[in-house]
Design a protein around this ligand. Structure first.
Ligand SMILES: [Zn+2]
Ligand SMILES: [Zn+2]
Length: 357
């Protein structure tokens, strides 16, 4: 099939730690069951910044990165080319909006075969390895194995770049098994934590508390449904939560800051038999007294990774604004200014920064 697309496009290509370049690269073309999407927007994730900064998890001996690769796993775009059988397989047409889940399952490993595709042993996520280019480009290819969803045309086209992070937020909140009388604490109000505030609001908990060191973020958390916001730079948040709960502590604690102090804080403010959800990605190791988990409080510690099965809900919540995501994107930059975007993220300025090719 002859492609009608241009031959070349601009893309942010990662070559090594601190070495990301805006380059001219070939536009991908759609093979069997593959989709080519024209990118509308691509978000910069804290994970992208960690990779750019050269952290161990990406560049160490068993590091995840495998350059060169086009960066970006938080993208939204419009279908412009369909390979043979792709329309039928993925349920999308030319001109429609479509998103692929950030992980492309291998389909062969033990986890994929048992339906636990988000834990795929191969673990190909867009934007870090040369075998799977990401969305910080004018075009992106969704492979045959991708888990692709159609996105309604009525959605805000830029906010649709929040589908990926919101799907992760919804999964983390689901992991917390929130009950209607629970006091829930979300620690960290970046894009992910704010999405969790919105998702937790929909569970109607007894009290929803958002914690962050930046007041701007706490204001948005309130707008998105937090009953109460606390800033640990200004007050003793552990004492506040204990006082509020008759000394027992919160029922569910979700760690979404990736900062070691938020883990310690959580273990102190959670009640006995409470549920602690760990979502954050840390730059290094965190040490805590594990006695609290067993002998101290018999806690349920639950990890959370990606957004399995939660993309349809994330799409709906943004499209209908059931979750008020309209204040999360604070910066839109052209691809050329990607470095500025990475710097802003690294300095914790703004909340979600999206690149608009
Ligand atoms: Zn991400
Ligand atoms: Zn697999």
């Amino acid at each position: 099939m002859e492609s009608k697309l241009p031959k070349k496009m601009r893309a942010v290509v990662l070559h090594g730690p601190g070495d990301y370049r805006l380059e001219e690269v070939p536009v991908p073309c759609a093979g069997k069951e593959e989709i080519i999407v024209k990118v509308i927007a691509a978000g910069i994730c804290a994970g992208d910044v960690k990779c750019w900064k050269g952290t161990e998890m990406f560049w160490g001996e068993k590091g995840y990165a495998n350059p060169p690769a086009i960066a970006g796993h938080e993208f939204i775009g419009e279908v412009v080319e369909l390979g043979e059988g792709a329309a039928e397989k993925h349920g999308v047409k030319i001109g429609e909006l479509a998103i692929s889940e950030q992980i492309v399952p291998c389909g062969e490993c033990r986890f994929c075969k048992s339906g636990k595709y988000w834990q795929c042993f191969v673990h190909d996520i867009y934007g870090f390895r040369k075998q799977l280019n990401g969305g910080m480009a004018e075009y992106i290819k969704y492979p045959a194995r991708s888990v692709t969803h159609k996105v309604p045309g009525s959605i805000d086209r830029i906010q649709a770049a929040l589908i990926e992070p919101l799907a992760c937020s919804i999964h983390a909140v689901d992991r917390g098994n929130i009950g209607s009388e629970d006091v829930v604490v979300i620690a960290g109000c970046g894009t992910l934590g704010l999405g969790m505030v919105g998702a937790a609001r929909l569970k109607n908990p007894g009290k929803l508390i958002a914690v962050d060191v930046q007041d701007l973020r706490l204001e948005i958390a309130k707008y998105m449904g937090a009953d109460l916001t606390l800033n640990p730079r200004k007050e003793d948040v552990i004492k506040k939560v204990l006082d509020m709960t008759g000394g027992y502590g919160c029922d569910v604690y979700v760690e979404a800051s990736g900062h070691p102090s938020a883990v310690k804080q959580g273990l102190q403010m959670i009640r006995r038999l409470g549920t602690f959800v760990e979502f954050g990605v840390f730059a290094g190791e965190t040490s805590v007294d594990w006695t609290v988990i067993g002998d101290g409080k018999e806690l349920d510690i639950r990890g959370s990774h990606l957004g399995p099965g939660t993309y349809p809900a994330a799409i709906d919540c943004i499209n209908t604004q059931k979750i008020k995501t309209d204040k999360i994107i604070t910066h839109r930059l052209p691809l050329e200014k990607f470095k500025e975007g990475f710097e802003l993220m690294a300095h914790g300025e703004g909340i979600k920064i999206v690149l608009v090719p």
